[in-house]
Ligand binder design. Structure first.
Ligand code: IPD
Ligand code: CA
Ligand code: CA
Length: 276
């Protein structure tokens, strides 16, 4: 818990510091649940043809909501396993929660998943936490205060040319309908880079752009719980977040492009031609 408060205390705004503390503590609590359940047999149900939900998604979400509700009883929730995807950003204060980002990985015992918690007020993300429990890596951010990985301040990479970049993308659950567009984007971008990863947890892709391990990331059809915390991490670490045409991004948008800022124009120039 010290690693959470040590970052939060660096925010002059005490309300924001309390929000970061709550998000970080709830993410650690959820992560402990995921770590515990990871090696055990899973109960797997289908939300869609390839969209899974396990006992761990539900247990982690319940723990997060209980924790945050006790800390901030007046704040609402947008949580993947108990809320419908919204058509507009909430205007009242709201936690935006993905209890287990990377459920398909988790269900297959592929060790790449995270908990993501964002806090939105007036439609803007103000605080965020992403926790990878198997690596014990906790990413935190507060609007105007900075971004941290396990207490160390993080910055995006300095890579300025695509041919020196390592990028990531994801494949949406409606891949059958969008396969041509998804492959068009990959075909256009992949040969210009040192590599494109598709590891299966969008929140981690974004956290990795924030800390400079990746130089950029794009995907379609993500939901606010996938992107809320990650976008703040990237902005606070000096990166950029937009749609494919370099317009301002909202977590309800259907496309997201994030980068270290230096590569943003080059990536948007390619993606602007892809129509989804
Ligand atoms: C999914 C993961 C994946 C991305 C999908 C997301 P979930 O989230 O982030 O990387 O490609 O689009 O929906 O369902 O594992 O929480
Ligand atoms: Ca997710
Ligand atoms: Ca999820």
């Amino acid at each position: 818990m010290h690693r959470v408060t040590a970052c939060a205390e660096q925010c002059a705004d005490s309300h924001l510091a309390a929000l970061i503390t709550a998000a970080g503590a709830a993410a650690l609590e959820a992560g402990a649940i995921l770590r515990d359940l990871y090696g055990k047999p899973h109960q797997i149900n289908h939300k869609g043809a390839i969209d899974l939900v396990t006992e761990a998604d539900v247990a982690a979400e319940q723990a997060i909501i209980a924790h945050l509700n006790a800390a901030f009883p007046d704040v609402g929730f947008l949580a993947e396993e108990s809320s419908a995807p919204p058509t507009a950003m909430p205007t009242t204060p709201c936690w935006i929660i993905d209890p287990l980002d990377g459920t398909t990985n988790f269900a297959h015992h592929f060790p790449w998943f995270a908990t993501s918690i964002g806090y939105a007020e007036g439609g803007e993300i103000k605080a965020g936490a992403i926790y990878q429990p198997l690596l014990d890596e906790l990413f935190l951010a507060g609007r105007g205060c900075g971004a941290w990985l396990n207490q160390k301040r993080i910055r995006v990479s300095q890579t300025a040319e695509l041919r020196q970049s390592l990028l990531a993308t994801g494949f949406p659950y409606n891949i059958k309908e969008k396969i041509d567009e998804v492959m068009d984007a990959l075909t256009s971008i992949l040969p210009r880079t040192q590599g494109v990863r598709r590891a299966g947890a969008a929140a981690m892709d974004m956290a990795y752009v924030a800390c400079g391990r990746l130089d950029g990331f794009w995907e379609i059809n993500l939901k606010p719980w996938d992107t809320a915390a990650g976008l703040l991490l990237i902005e606070e670490a000096g990166g950029r977040v937009s749609d494919f045409r370099d317009n301002p991004f909202s977590p309800i948008d259907n496309e997201i492009l994030v980068s270290n800022a230096l590569l943003h124009g080059q990536l948007a120039a390619i993606l602007t031609d892809i129509t989804y």
